[in-house]
Design a protein around this ligand. Structure first.
Ligand code: G6P
Length: 369
């Protein structure tokens, strides 16, 4: 096992650090920026299904569900296709309206999650076209789907999902870009800009990982907290949810993710000098609005840990700590802002003496209902 960890103390840390490579593996052979092309057989062969779909329904559980939420923003924003994201477990038990004009995308790292598998079966019975986004090759969900795309993240051992999440977002971004191009909603230059920017992401993830030492220092300050709040807007709202989930899963600290603007409808009542608030405040996407949310937290003496774009000065003056990530296109920011949140959870869990790779009560793959 020590050899498999490749010199890292835990699989989770190893997998966090594998992300630049994993993301590259995900788009290798698919993203051909110099030719202005994205090659994905599962989409190419079924393009009509996607183009004629009334809507896309995404089903998933846990971290994969958060990737689905990011995908909702990506598909609607870039490809202008309506999307609904459902917890697989709720979907199957609420008599959903599904027709043969729907495309269902099932996202699952393991490809074995019982609820997601059951949601696929239900959708197929109703005639929907099912597309699987899985990591494990030949898994049940991959086999049950009509078509699909693998994430190629490599084996993920840590129960808390890390590289599976960022590679799922990568695949879903490629899909949305392909559909945007096919629908003609993207100009050639915009498309080209996206393809080139995607190729810079592994390097930018690498850069984001350089904050590790700073994050360890921040983790030490907040490791004894009993509650934490995570806020983000737009594309980074699902990242806030995922940040909170990661902390809950491995450090057993109660954490909640919220859309930053929704804070005033409840969570703001919790804010005092004992509440650390992680705020994603990157330059692209509602920046000024998030800054005013930060001011509201500050005036209630909450402790602010902000994830900002490199070189940001405004938030630095307000926050207790800032962690920088490189600049990128708004829709690609989740691939970077997720990294410091994974690291903070990891370090807090280690400092609290928790079993990082195998947290209590959790399983890597939930194959029962
Ligand atoms: C479990 C794991 C999570 C994972 C979820 C969905 O709860 O602990 O890390 O996100 O299942 O798993 P899947 O394999 O379908 O992505």
């Amino acid at each position: 096992e020590e050899i498999e960890k490749g010199g890292y103390d835990h699989f989770m840390l190893k997998e966090i650090y594998e992300q630049p490579r994993a993301i590259k593996d995900t788009y290798r052979g698919r993203l051909l920026a110099d030719q202005g092309l994205i090659r994905m057989a599962g989409i190419d062969l079924n393009m009509e299904k996607f183009l004629n779909a009334n809507r896309i329904i995404i089903v998933a559980c846990g971290t994969s569900w958060h990737a689905g939420l990011v995908a909702e923003y990506i598909f609607e924003d870039l490809a202008r296709i309506p999307v609904e994201v459902e917890y697989a477990s709720e979907f199957r038990y609420r008599n959903p309206v599904i027709t043969d004009k729907d495309v269902l995308i099932a996202i699952s790292q393991s490809g074995e999650t019982a609820d997601t598998l059951a949601a696929i079966k239900l959708a197929k019975e109703k005639g929907a076209f099912v597309f699987g986004v899985c990591n494990v090759v030949g898994s049940s969900i991959a086999r049950e789907s009509d078509a699909g795309a693998y994430t190629h993240a490599g084996p993920e051992i840590g129960v808390a999902s890390t590289k599976a999440f960022t590679t799922q977002i990568t695949v879903l971004t490629l899909m949305a870009l392909k559909l945007a191009k096919a629908k003609g909603v993207f100009s050639e230059s915009r498309y080209h800009e996206y393809l080139c920017e995607l190729e810079t992401i592994p390097g930018k993830v690498e850069k984001s990982l350089e904050s590790n030492t700073l994050i360890e220092i921040i983790a030490d300050v907040y490791k004894d907290s009993t509650n934490c709040l995570y806020l983000g807007r737009g594309y980074n709202f699902p990242v806030a949810l995922e940040g909170a989930l990661k902390l809950k899963e491995i450090s057993y600290i109660h954490a909640e993710g919220y859309p930053a603007a929704e804070m005033k409808h409840g969570p703001i009542a919790l804010i005092d000098e004992h509440m650390p608030v992680f705020v994603i405040a990157t330059k692209k996407g509602h920046y000024e609005k998030v800054v005013s949310n930060i001011q509201e937290i500050k005036s209630r003496k909450g402790k602010i840990i902000a994830i900002v774009t490199e070189g940001d000065e405004q938030v630095k003056d307000l926050a207790d700590h800032v962690i920088e990530v490189p600049e990128t296109l708004e829709s690609l920011t989740p691939l970077l802002t997720t990294i410091p949140l994974q690291l903070i959870s990891y370090h807090i869990a280690v400092m609290r003496g928790c079993n990082v790779d195998q947290p209590r009560n959790l399983a890597k793959s939930v194959t029962v209902e």
